[in-house]
Design a binder for this molecule. Structure first.
Ligand code: G3P
Length: 225
């Protein structure tokens, strides 16, 4: 089931892992990138095919051509094959923004990725992006506040009553940042599988369950049937 708010995407191209997580009914979409596809060891279209067969309705597929014309050509092939399942991911470069404009004019969902500043998010929005992907972890790696970037972009869009572009927090490396990104107004968080596992796993839940199970054994022993 897809909800409109607080959406969680998985940031991986590992089909088996996605299958396992998607079966929870909690995952709303998938983001991939060239590094994740390389790690999967598979052809990108084979990965997308299997994800689409699973019933996933929003898969970010990154185009890699250097020019806007090339990106649009690559995107059109993906759209032809995968239709509305495909969200085309373009980098926040001049060519990427040009491609974004053209694709958005043709009602294609575009995810503008590699966003590291509010100014990039402004241009991506004006180019018609459906999603902007600020890289929280990589901003943190460089001694700036990744979550502040989310907050700044959300504030700008809100101040300007700009509702057609959603903030998709990416490069999320830990559970805490998921909560914070949503608190600061991100519409979507895309997270690696280990962070997804970390979100529901808690040592006190395991301990509590252990105590309940122990208690239940005594209930069973004393219950008269
Ligand atoms: O969604 C972008 C993400 O894949 C990058 O994550 O951890 O390589 O910065 P990371």
């Amino acid at each position: 089931m897809t909800t409109d708010t607080m959406r969680i995407f998985l940031d991986t191209a590992d089909v088996a892992t996605i299958h396992d997580a998607y079966s929870t009914g909690i995952i709303d979409g998938i983001t991939t990138n060239p590094t994740l596809i390389m790690k999967s060891g598979r052809r990108p279209t084979d990965v997308y095919d299997e994800l689409a067969d699973m019933g996933i309705r929003d898969i970010s597929m990154e185009v890699v051509e250097p020019t806007a014309v090339g990106m649009v050509r690559e995107a059109n092939k993906l759209i032809e094959k995968f239709g509305e399942v495909a969200t085309i991911k373009v980098p926040c470069t001049k060519a990427g923004l040009q491609a974004c404009r053209e694709l958005a004019n043709n009602n294609v969902r575009v995810n503008v990725t590699l966003i590291f500043s509010p100014s990039q998010a402004i241009l991506a929005a004006k180019a018609g992006a459906t999603y902007v992907s600020p890289f929280v972890g990589r901003v943190d790696d460089n001694s700036f506040g990744g979550l502040c970037l989310i907050k700044d972009i959300v504030n700008i869009y809100q101040q300007q009553s700009w509702f057609q572009t959603e903030v998709l927090a990416a490069s999320i490396r830990n559970v805490r940042d998921v909560g914070r990104a949503f608190e600061y107004g991100a519409n979507i968080c895309t997270i690696p599988p280990n962070v997804f596992e970390g979100m529901y796993n808690h040592i006190l839940t395991d301990k509590g369950l252990e105590l309940f199970d122990e208690a239940w054994k005594c209930v069973e022993a004393t219950t008269v049937t």
